[in-house]
Design a protein around this ligand. Sequence first.
Ligand SMILES: Nc1nc2c(ncn2[C@@H]2O[C@H](COP(=O)(O)OP(=O)(O)OP(=O)(O)O)[C@@H](O)[C@H]2O)c(=O)[nH]1
Length: 342
Amino acid sequence: MKEGSGEDQNVAPSVYSHVSRPGSHRYKSAKKGLPFNVMLVGESGLGRTTFVNTLCERVVIPPSPCGDSEQAHIAEPMQFKHYTVDMEEDGMKIVLNIIDTPGFGDGIDNENCFTRIQEHIEMQFDHVLAEENRIKRNTKFMDSRIHALLYFIAPTGHSLREIDVELMRRLGSRINIIPVIGRADSLTPRELVLFKQRVMNDIVAFGIPIFNFPDPEEDEDEESVEENAELRAMVPFAVVGCEEVINEEGRPVRVRSYPWGVVQVDNDEHSDFDRLRYVLLNSHIADLRDRTQNGLYELYRTEKLSGTNVVSSGTANVLPEDSAAAPAVQPPMVPQSHPVAA
Ligand SMILES: Nc1nc2c(ncn2[C@@H]2O[C@H](COP(=O)(O)OP(=O)(O)OP(=O)(O)O)[C@@H](O)[C@H]2O)c(=O)[nH]1
């Protein structure tokens, strides 16, 4: 399903045309564009829509219309909305497939949302599994496995809520979860530091297997090791999104304006947005894809073929390099399959 596409829209010059960081992706040869599938989950009002539009530098998801106030108490069921955007990052084409989940967490009992998201993620694995088992391969097969889930945490300043813990704990062995604090400018810098610590304490205490920027393989350079350590210290990413662009010394700068000043979305001192954008579209796109294919999918495949389902039994496996600190259950030895070309 292709709900929206940014392909034909007028695009202003990218605010990233000047940005260059060390390290880059490994897929420069992908001519048609490297598919990268990202799911966004979080309650309404945490800035998912604005985040996507900021990330893509265009209106991909139109803002939700103001509903009938008399019907406002009726929670709409969660939906899966798909958007496809052609991006170019550091000379490389990326076909960014976004799966948004408006309506998540709006009810009192969100069990149905958890189950549906899990089923949606596993369904994409099932498609690949079925394709691998075909005698004659479909050359046009589209791999729809989801490479990352951005989970939006409310900027409460307190700690994780039950809904956050439950969702991330259930899905961490199926998808690369990257926790983000939405509307992070609602907190002062000091509050943000403390909130990040509390969130990470909860992640450790509840054994939540998030994507934790694991140390790279031995042959990787020191720079990557340092970069990953820096990123680990940054999780959860504090993001700020905006639609306003001002001109500063001839350069477009994206800001949220307040009577007391501006928050610059792409300024590392104001928000982690730019680091997260770079992680997703550049430095870690390969890692997220590789781990989905060779770690998470292989684990699912093993479970499926051996008839075990550790997620629903509540003792989810996590991959060894995961877990902020979870006392990880070691995964079974994973037989190598014949992955479908991504
Ligand atoms: N302060 C602040 N407000 C934000 C930020 N991002 C979005 N907003 C505002 O928060 C409101 C909700 O933003 P959305 O992006 O629509 O949030 P959503 O999570 O997509 O919510 P739904 O559209 O209801 O599903 C809007 O008024 C945005 O302008 C942010 O980073 N900081």
